[in-house]
Design a protein around this ligand. Structure first.
Ligand code: FES
Length: 136
């Protein structure tokens, strides 16, 4: 299965803070699919890409490392390659759905910037990397 070719998700440590509201509920993200949500990260409102794998969710800023454009062609509407990679609607760069690494196109070798999230009670929250979360 194509997911086996990617390593486990590792989130880089970034400055973050607790957020009281959920970004989205799990039921609004198709399993093995993507959704878009807005969240406040380091004080800035950001568009985020969320990818669900069962009860696990990975998140990245919705900013392509090639030219800084959003990856979706319309809010929350993402293109996928035949192998399931996320494809930037602007110039076609493709990204691993597991770790956000660029797998082809004009920014090969770059990565989407990960955003740490946690799933609690069927909803996705930004994770507080200082050790506590809004739901603790
Ligand atoms: S902005 Fe995404 S490939 Fe150019």
């Amino acid at each position: 299965m194509r997911r086996e070719r990617y390593p486990a998700i590792e989130f880089p440590a970034i400055a973050s803070h607790a957020v009281s509201d959920p970004l989205i509920t799990l039921e609004h993200i198709p399993d093995h699919g993507f959704a878009e949500a807005s969240g406040t990260v380091d004080g800035d409102a950001e568009s985020l890409i969320l990818r669900r794998d069962g009860t696990r969710v990975a998140a990245w800023f919705n900013i392509c490392p090639h030219a800084g454009r959003r990856l979706d062609w319309a809010p929350g509407e993402f293109l996928l390659s035949r192998t399931g990679d996320l494809v930037c609607a602007a110039h076609g760069a493709s990204f691993s759905p597991i770790d956000g690494r660029c797998t082809g196109g004009p920014c090969l070798g770059a990565s989407l910037r990960a955003v740490p999230v946690v799933v609690r009670d069927g909803a996705v929250f930004l994770r507080d990397v200082s050790g506590t979360s809004a739901t603790d």
